[in-house]
Design a protein around this ligand. Sequence first.
Ligand code: DON
Length: 597
Amino acid sequence: MRMIRVTQSSFFLALLLGVLGCVTAGDIKLSKLYPPINSSRTAADYQAESTSGMVVSAHPLASAAGAAMLDAGGNAIDAAVAASFVISVVRPQSTGLGGGGFLMFHDAEAQKQRVFDFRERAPIKASANMFLDESGEYKKINYFGHEIEDPSVNGHLAVAVPGTVKGLVEIQQELGKLKLAVVMGPAIEAAENGFPVYRGLAEAIIERQKWLRIYPASRRLFFNGEQPLVEGDALLQRELAATLREIAASGTQSFYEGALANKIVSEIQRGGGIFQMADMRAYRVIERSAVTGHYRDRKIVSMPPPSSGGTHIIEMLNMLETKNVSSMHPRGATYLHLLSEVMRRAFADRAKEMGDSDYVTVPVARLTSKSYAKTLMKSFDSEKVTDSKSLAGALPTGESPSTSHISVVDQWGNAVATTQTVNYSFGSCVVAEGTGIVLNDEMDDFTTKHGGANVFGLVQGSKNDIAPRKTPLSSMSPTMVFLGNGALEMVVGSPGGPRIINAVLETIVNVIDFKMPLLEAVHATRIHHQWMPDSLKVEAKSLDLETKKTLVAKGHKISSIKFIGDVQAIQKRNDGMWIGVSDSRSDGRPSGSGVAP
Ligand code: DON
């Protein structure tokens, strides 16, 4: 496999680029932006440069696999699919073959974007109150003597029909240039030969050990006897390697109609889940129309329903456009108050208006219109917060290490933004016997109980009620930004549940209004507000005392959080260079195509 390579900015190169007005990774002190999780890594570890293509993902092996496809003459789709399959192997806590996702493809020749929805769907037997008992409280499920709490988050009933395999395979077969088996090669190798457990993975196993321990195939994979795997142990996934080989040979057949489908359905039924072979056979990837908007002189293209992400990013940008953001300080109280008030308004709409647009009416055109943004901003008060209850329309306790975003551009200027997930960390925590596949818990993204909050603290509305074959509402926001002349400027996305929407928004505003170089735009500290509960989340130690005091005086209820999002982004710099940046909040690294070692 191709070795990963990242920019080594020498002093002289930095000096030269400095003279030319370009900023290199070496110029930026990461400690001023965000404290890196691993202090042995420097800013240069998070930025790569290339003129011929770029892959940015949340694991070095995935980025390297993608870049290897570009080097072998593959296009952005080949690279994105290769990186996605590797991410499925090396980030089982985040995403995988038992999950789902969204992918946006920018076709440089046609100058068009295509958007694919391969998110999980509710089983045919699903129903609105399936997680509740007669008194309207969450059911407790008995699994071989274990009591399963939160059955929409843990265990077999939480699993929705997975879409990742159909999505990746069908998209690659239609739009890729290389053979599927070639594109899947690095993932098979990573599963077969193993890789060292890194800190984020070890921590995720600890966090979910209670559940991973009770499902036999999960315990065999992520434990060494009775002990959870620790950093530095090898994670070997031979069954997953065999599963990947079967997909490389049969395409989607075995997974949706054949032997693999049988194994997945047997696992679901053994644990009291409700989906059947008919659900697997009925699974379809849906091509949708992107949601678009304009912000200042840029065009924003993002994910439509069943994601709420694109709609609210554009809605929030429209609100911000009514103010002179670039005259504000990016960490000052004036901007942070405005930003959180804009978030509060958009998330109130999320709760009220959003759901799967194949089942309910979602007023995307209204929500993304400039006139609606102006109406929303009429109640904005620069001196005090708006009461969330006055807006027609909840919060996570800690950032889950699940979901993963990949950004890609190729030598022809095609691009891919794809965000994929098993929902919460390790999804349902169930690994299907004989497959190595971690099954999702995407059912929890529905409104499972009216007035209740999901695992990310989101209080959601009736438009997002469960129904057979419906898609749960998502926040995943693969997004692209285009210059006024139509040229692609940025590819961006993040995990983080509801925080995805705000992390993507903040990165875009940092670039467009504050003119930050991408490395700085991604690493600048972030805030998050999601309407309910009325809490302004800020990254730990990111506000100076004065700013905090001013925000509190305006009525903000501030609480701090370790980190918000894990952005993987690419930007075309003025000199024509593609800059790839991985967020130091997690484990990612960018990998440029054709970059000398
Ligand atoms: O689709 C969604 O919005 C969620 N299932 C994403 C979950 C997620 O990003 C978890 N990450 N930290």
